[in-house]
Design a protein around this ligand. Structure first.
Ligand code: SF4
Length: 207
């Protein structure tokens, strides 16, 4: 019988930089075939192939050792973050964690990459991602429609600034709903922003 594998995107969660502990790597190794390949992505994730019959047990064990796991495919990816160099609270790590908890893994028409950065220096490159959040003092700015590659590379556009965390979560949720309801199958988010219209999206958000 042919063995089936389920791909999972795994990382150490949101913290000070993208770090993994030896224990986490050991647990990861327990669920991989000896000759299986691990892909390291630019989104601070390891893509691993877990045997189907072990998938639920593997997810539980990963969580026990602090590994985060996400589905692979047409979902919202985990939030790409900066390294929070000025400190957890000052740079809003709890807000980044909460936003990630709310949106990562949601199904969307095409893989969507969100990013968060703890100050306007912008090490997490929020303007070059589908959805970008930038903290400025105690408030948040939300950008959409950025794209980092090829001839279509462009910076995202500012949806709104001076947001508090709740306003930020709600706006991001609404934007994902608009994309789900109006995006075509496999339509990339930045192309959806172009086709549907940035101003149209703002109007749908009552902005
Ligand atoms: S964006 Fe700001 S807080 Fe985050 S790592 Fe860069 S300088 Fe530090």
């Amino acid at each position: 019988m042919i063995k089936k594998y389920i791909p999972l995107a795994v990382n150490g969660g949101i913290g000070f930089g993208s770090k993994l502990k030896p224990k986490q790597l050991a647990v990861l190794g327990e669920y991989l075939d000896e000759d299986s390949e691990i892909e390291l992505t630019t989104l601070q994730q390891l893509i691993v192939q877990i045997p189907e019959e072990k998938i639920e047990e593997a997810k539980r064990r990963f969580e026990e050792v602090g590994l985060s796991h996400y589905p692979v495919g047409k979902f919202v990816k985990n939030l790409r973050t900066c390294n929070f160099c000025k400190g957890e609270i000052e740079e809003g790590m709890p807000v980044a964690k909460e936003l990630n908890k709310r949106i990562a893994g949601q199904e969307v028409p095409f893989t969507l990459r969100p990013a968060y950065t703890g100050c306007p220096i912008g090490c997490g490159e929020p303007l070059m991602n589908d959805i970008g959040v930038m903290k400025d003092h105690d408030e948040y700015e939300l950008y959409i429609g950025g794209h980092p590659k090829g001839r279509e590379a462009r910076a995202g556009q500012l949806v709104r600034k001076n947001l508090n965390p709740e306003e930020l979560y709600q706006l991001v949720d609404q934007i994902l709903d608009i994309y789900r309801e109006n995006g075509k199958k496999r339509e990339k988010f930045y192309r959806f922003v172009d086709r549907f219209g940035f101003e149209q999206i703002k109007a749908a958000l009552n902005l």
